[in-house]
Design a protein around this ligand. Structure first.
Ligand SMILES: [Zn+2]
Length: 139
């Protein structure tokens, strides 16, 4: 998997307040890729809006029992979404209880939850979005 350079990693950690996005812990932090990127041979350089700060445990859980929750909250994004479009996939920050859109320079802009829901439904479709919500509730 393509790794972010040190500057991108630093900007992402700063933007996220040097805390795990899911549980808030401040140690064992990792750069969490919102979207799986091609294995090997890719010269794609990872951008600030493609990553979030997550602790080792949550990062692993996003691939396991927290997968539906991670998708619903924009922490993970389906592989088929073009990477440029990640800018339009909102991210939920539970500690702030707020949705944000990430930008290209390591910032984030709050948006209201209604707009966030609409962006998610536009992306995944209402049915899939509902299914994700049920999976998250029961998972
Ligand atoms: Zn965590």
């Amino acid at each position: 998997m393509t790794a972010p350079n040190d500057n991108v990693r630093k900007l992402v950690y700063q933007r996220d307040g040097e805390r795990c996005i899911a549980c808030g812990r401040q140690d064992l932090l990792e750069f969490q890729h919102r979207q799986a990127v091609g294995m090997g041979g890719s010269d794609h350089r990872v951008n600030v809006w493609e990553g979030l700060t997550a602790c080792r445990y949550c990062n692993a859980a996003f691939e396991a029992h927290l997968q539906a929750t991670a998708l619903l909250r924009g922490w993970k994004v389906r592989r088929w979404v073009p990477f440029e479009q990640l800018l339009e996939v909102p991210v939920y920050y539970p500690l702030a209880r707020a949705w944000y859109l990430l930008d290209r320079i390591g910032g984030r802009t709050p948006i209201d939850s209604g707009r966030a829901m609409q962006l998610m439904v536009d992306l995944y479709g209402a049915l899939l979005y509902q299914q994700l919500g049920m999976a998250a509730a029961h998972g």
